[in-house]
Design a protein around this ligand. Structure first.
Ligand code: PLP
Ligand code: ZN
Length: 423
């Protein structure tokens, strides 16, 4: 077991032991640090994991805290006021699989989280670590879903939130953030402008925890729980292939880290897996870098309906490239028209209404199957990371709102509804 101390300034974050630089490996103690003091590379949480069994995990709560031992959170986290995200459904997607000529397809449906996206996972971990490190305010720049998650988590914990978003966000995401209270700012600029402003504010306000800026190493670890849950819900097995939407790229990188840790801990057999990244063509810097064989990601100016994925300068872009190349996967992108079409396909074949990011993921699934880069016979998981109810404008022009009829059988029959097909 790791040696822990309650000396001032050293937080008690479970089995986490320190931070290490992803670029040069330099280590530093746990604390509110996110960039390496030697090379400015991003920092990553390190652990001394105890011996852990499947039964230990299965005995835990039905939320991400069942994996608390594998996260940088205090040991009593399950008893603290959090939104308790996670343990969302893994849906066997036979309808979509049949449509696409696949054999075994699953949807990890993270729209089932408390604020309807996977962001509740990362925010819950960031909040736990930030509170332990003495921060008094939970803050973020956001493309929308993170705004919901931060405002809700802060409300649950009874602390102040400060949330910054681009002003052109979907109205659904603006309203579903404002409802929780807290300080909410819409900014005249794109996400990358908002992110820059957040970094400047983080420098000015030392007691504000910007979840994806100054406590990013802890925040990002929350996405490992997607990997943990998928493996556990498959019966403690790893899938052959997984398709993940990419904005900053942290989710994809951490799902891969989650699989790696489970295999290293002996909780699953170490079978090979391939990781695939999905972007919208209107914001596809990582897909472009993959196609060109670059190691660096050239920033772009986003222009897509997939606003939750509209990060033109993705912090984890190079690490996404590392993961997909190491595992034999790929990154691809699809047009906005294909995003909308894929949202409809997912809804009609599975009864799952994903947001635009889900449409991006299903669209890329289709594209990579057509190009032969995804194996239709291999067991595949796709992530639906958010809820279609937050991006209604994307589908509004494509759905038919039925004509109104009088409340009589005659009117029903005259309108031809009895002969209407299934879909
Ligand atoms: C619904 C949804 N899916 C996926 C992502 C991408 O996550 P990441 O920035 O970790 O790549 C986001 C990011 O905001 C999101 O809101
Ligand atoms: Zn370094």
């Amino acid at each position: 077991m790791p040696v822990q101390t309650d000396a001032p300034g050293i937080p008690l974050l479970g089995n986490a032991t320190g931070l290490s630089c992803r670029e040069c490996g330099n280590t530093s103690p746990l604390g509110p640090y996110y960039a390496c003091e030697m090379c400015f590379g991003p920092l990553e949480v390190c652990y001394d994991f105890p011996r852990l069994t499947r039964a230990d995990i299965e005995a835990g709560p039905n939320n991400i805290w069942r994996y608390a031992q594998l996260l940088p959170v205090p040991a009593d986290i399950a008893d603290r006021p959090t939104t308790q995200p996670g343990y969302t459904k893994l849906i066997r997607a036979d309808g979509l699989a049949a449509e696409l000529g696949m054999r075994r397809l699953w949807i990890k449906d993270d729209s089932g989280n408390p604020t309807h996206s996977f962001k509740d996972r990362v925010v819950a971990v960031a909040l736990a670590a930030a509170t332990e490190m003495g921060f008094k305010v939970l803050a973020c720049p956001s493309t929308g879903n993170l705004a919901n998650a931060v405002a809700a988590a802060a409300a649950r914990a009874g602390i102040r939130s400060v949330v910054l978003v681009p002003a052109n966000l979907e109205m659904q995401k603006i309203l579903t953030t404002a409802v929780y209270g807290g300080t909410f700012v819409t900014v005249d600029g794109n996400y990358d402008d908002v992110n820059r402003l957040a970094s400047e504010l983080a420098g000015e306000h030392e007691d504000w925890a910007f979840v994806n800026v100054n406590v990013r190493p802890y925040y990002a670890e929350g996405s490992k729980t997607l990997g943990f849950e998928i493996a556990e819900q498959l019966g403690w097995r790893l899938p052959d292939q997984i398709v993940v939407p990419v904005a900053s790229g942290a989710q994809l990188v951490k799902i891969d880290k989650g699989f790696t840790e489970l295999a290293e801990l002996g909780l699953v057999e170490s079978t090979p897996w391939k990781v695939f990244g999905a972007q919208a063509t209107g914001c596809s810097p990582v897909s472009e870098a993959f196609a060109q064989g670059w190691d660096v990601v050239r920033p772009v100016k986003p222009d897509t309906i997939a606003k939750s994925l509209a990060i033109g300068n993705p912090a984890d872009g190079p690490y996404v490239l590392d993961v997909v190349r190491r595992t034999g996967g790929a990154v691809a992108d699809v047009s906005d028209a294909e995003v909308v079409d894929s949202m409809g396909l997912l809804a009609r074949t599975q009864g799952v209404f994903g947001e635009t990011a889900g449409g991006v993921t299903v669209g890329v699934l289709r594209k990579l199957l057509a190009s032969g880069q995804l194996d239709p016979d291999a067991e595949t998981v796709i992530i639906n990371s958010g809820d279609g109810l937050k991006t209604l404008d994307a589908v509004a022009p494509t759905v038919t709102v039925p004509a109104m009829i009088k409340p009589t059988i005659d009117a029903f029959q005259a309108a031809g509804f009895e002969a209407a097909p299934l879909s």
